[in-house]
Ligand binder design. Structure first.
Ligand code: NAD
Length: 461
């Protein structure tokens, strides 16, 4: 899609946009708004992050974003601050993009960040303005905040809308500049018209613009994530069956995926979903509907969550079966990011499996193209190799857990002279089973009957 930049008309001040919370979502949104031609001020409570972003340094990995950040911080169109006074006095449209993590010891979302950010901002707004929520929140949040905003600052007119974000890490710039759809909940017609101006570039390419109420806007986001999580756990439940009875989960997924009503995407059997969104969003949704008295409504999501977590146990179980015991055995884990093209290790299935293997006594060596620093911060006691070859050196078992392209392209010949034993678990179903078997490897993958079972039954290759 062509990006249509905002061209300021003579005598008309272009909208000034602030983005409150400049993590994955906020930093991307701020840089993309600047790319569209707006003057943008990002605000974060973390002064170190503000310092880095102001210097044009992106504190996380996201393809295409460093270039936008550098360009627009150098031109002065994109600035960062920690000051709510500055943001409240300067901005016309304020996007809320702070985190909504899972509460410690509870399934519900921790709303303190969204509440604090919105009210700190509202208190400092000195002219009529819009607050636009982008964070993923439990239904009812926006209506509650709208009342609180009016209470803390009755002196100016502040409208509050919800505009949930659907960007995917790894594709965040593209998804922000050319989204599949835009959803806007609440707000007067004038407020919605302002958002049309903000998103004029996407709207010029006929991006669907769905205007609805606050509750629907909040629910659209969690419904989308609940659906995607369910689809992944659905195929992984079938993987449990094919592991038991035989069969090929990839062919099964291809065959049902050809049905246009089902579709092939998100039907990749493997070690399951993770990251900073899907796991906490399905838990928060269940917690919220229970709070509303609808205890049974989203109960199936507990199963979705459990199937997902069982996939991690399956990998540990397979590793134990292959090595007989884990104590002192060297296991190479390929990938610790929760998905490729990201350095995010929040609730990463790969890092969880690596930690479980380590806790069971294995000597775990990790390699990931981008996520090593984040993983080291979360789990400092694992071995972090400098290179793929160093990670593989002397390995008794190799486990592929994040499908980075460089791992998908691996050939048996690359590993053979490095590893101690030719044993591999493909935790993402991305390698060619026959190729590895033909090269003499003990090859296991999720959704396939174990080679160990086949060998014991006398029918293995
Ligand atoms: N990461 C994604 O791919 C993605 C996609 C869609 C939606 N979301 C949603 O967006 C929200 C943000 O997610 P994220 O991944 O960017 O989180 P994040 O943890 O990367 O970023 C949150 C940022 O908010 C800042 N912050 C916290 N409290 C603040 C306050 N009171 N004032 C100013 N800044 C404050 C933090 O310092 C941090 O930089 C969440 O609700 C998430 O579910 C995320």
């Amino acid at each position: 899609m062509e990006i249509v930049a905002v061209i300021p008309q003579e005598g008309i001040m272009p909208l000034r946009i602030t983005v409150i919370g400049t993590g994955y979502l906020g930093a991307t949104h701020a840089a993309c708004m600047a790319e569209l031609g707006f003057e943008v001020l990002g605000l974060d409570a973390d002064p170190k992050k503000v310092e880095q972003l102001s210097a044009g340094i992106l504190p996380f990995h996201e393809p295409g974003l460093p270039e936008l950040l550098r360009e627009h911080t150098s031109s002065g169109r994109l600035r960062f601050t920690t000051s709510y006074e500055e943001a409240g006095a300067w901005g016309d449209v304020h996007f809320i993009a702070v985190g909504t993590p899972q509460k410690a010891g509870d399934h519900a979302a921790d709303m303190t960040y969204v509440d604090n950010a919105t009210l700190s901002l509202a208190r400092c707004i000195t002219k009529d303005a819009l607050i636009v929520g982008k964070s993923t929140v439990p239904v009812g949040t926006a209506r509650r905040l709208r009342e609180l905003v009016a209470q803390v600052n009755p002196d100016v007119s502040i409208d509050l809308l919800w505009n949930p974000e659907f960007l995917r890490e790894g594709f965040a710039v593209k998804d922000t500049l050319t989204p599949d759809r835009l959803v806007v909940g609440g707000g007067t017609p004038e407020a919605v018209a302002v958002l049309r101006e903000v998103y004029a570039s996407a709207l010029a390419s006929d991006t669907p613009f769905i205007v609805t109420d606050l509750e629907t806007a909040e629910l659209v986001k969690v419904a989308a994530n609940a659906f995607l999580a369910t689809k992944i756990s659905f195929i992984n439940a079938f993987a449990e069956v094919t592991e038991h009875v035989g069969g090929d989960i990839r062919t099964l997924a291809d065959a049902i995926g050809l049905d246009k009503r089902i579709g092939r995407r998100f039907l990749n059997a493997g070690v399951g979903f993770g990251g900073g969104c899907l796991p906490k969003d399905i838990r928060a949704l269940q917690a919220r509907v229970s709070e509303l008295g609808l205890d049974r409504t989203m109960r199936f999501l507990s199963e979705v969550d459990e199937i997902n977590l069982r996939r991690r146990e399956r990998v540990v179980h397979l590793a134990t079966e292959i090595l007989h015991e884990l104590d002192g055995r060297k296991i190479t884990v390929l990938g610790v990011a929760f998905k490729p093209n990201s350095d995010d290790v929040r609730d990463s299935p790969a890092l969880d499996v690596a930690a479980q293997l380590f806790n069971a006594g294995a000597d775990v060596s990790i390699y990931d193209p981008e996520a090593m620093n984040n993983a080291r911060l979360r789990f400092p006691r694992l071995n972090y190799a400098e290179s793929l070859d160093e990670a593989l050196d002397g390995s008794h078992l190799t486990i592929l857990l994040t499908e980075w392209q460089e791992f998908v392209q691996l050939k048996p010949s690359h590993l053979e002279h490095l590893v101690e034993s030719k044993a591999l678990i493909d935790g993402r179903n991305v390698l060619d089973h026959d190729e590895w078997i033909e090269s003499g490897w003990h090859f296991e993958s999720l959704g396939r009957r174990s080679e160990l079972v086949l060998t014991e039954a006398g029918s293995g290759s």
